[in-house]
Design a binder for this molecule. Structure first.
Ligand SMILES: C[S@@+](CC[C@H](N)C(=O)[O-])C[C@H]1O[C@@H](n2cnc3c(N)ncnc32)[C@H](O)[C@@H]1O
Length: 195
């Protein structure tokens, strides 16, 4: 992301910020950071996480109705949140409204075409067509950067607990029976667009 656009001194919007995990890192160099999140309990966790950071503001809202004025944001970050390809057009229209000319938006999502986790994802979500997702972003003028990351856990119990959050009991049991250890290779797509 940093090689595509700097957020130093800029206004950053983390859309669907969840418990705010990424907010402190943006806040370390950004001028102002907005975290927008629809779920009140997660918003409270994000507020608690960032209570000592004076340049962070938390707002209740969604990608389809961003509670910020037109042309008010330089960099948007949406990680595993709402922007999953076809169907997210209302959110894309909101990005075009809130991002300033010359600003950049980033979307991070699974690359289900490859990696161990990608194979698990295809089994867990067989109706999602990864090729259609890529075509969607390309048609809207976004650039794709394929990335390779890993899940790394301290214990097998932690890995299994997270797999059971991500998948149905049947799919979780099947993939765990086939996979040993405490790491999982995980392919990710970074999509980005300049406005
Ligand atoms: C998998 S979590 C990711 C959270 C955070 N981005 C992260 O990387 O830690 C997905 C988040 O998207 C939020 N979300 C769900 N629907 C949304 C919407 N319509 N607009 C914005 N965020 C949404 C959820 O509440 C949740 O916090």
């Amino acid at each position: 992301m940093a090689s595509a656009a700097s957020w130093s001194g800029r206004t950053v919007l983390d859309l669907g910020c969840g418990s705010g995990f990424h907010l402190p890192r943006f806040a370390a160099t950004a001028g102002r950071v907005y975290g927008v999140e629809p779920h009140p309990a997660l918003l409270r966790l994000a507020a608690r996480r960032t209570r000592s950071l004076t340049n962070v503001s938390l707002l209740a809202g969604t990608a389809q109705a961003v509670p910020l004025p037109d042309a008010s944001v330089d960099v948007v970050h949406a990680r595993w949140a709402y922007f999953f390809g076809p169907g997210c057009e209302p959110g894309l229209r909101e990005l075009a409204r809130v991002v300033r000319r010359g600003g950049t938006a980033f979307v991070i999502d699974n690359d289900a075409t490859r990696s161990t986790f990608g194979g698990w994802f295809r089994r867990g979500y067989p109706t999602i067509d990864p090729a259609a997702v890529e075509r969607f972003w390309s048609a809207w003028g976004w650039t794709r950067v394929p990335l390779d990351v890993d899940w790394r856990f301290d214990s097998r119990e932690d890995l299994e607990a997270v797999v059971r959050i991500e998948f149905t009991p049947e799919v979780a049991a099947a993939v765990l029976a086939e996979h040993e250890g405490t790491t999982v290779d995980y392919a990710v797509n970074l999509f980005w667009k300049r406005f």
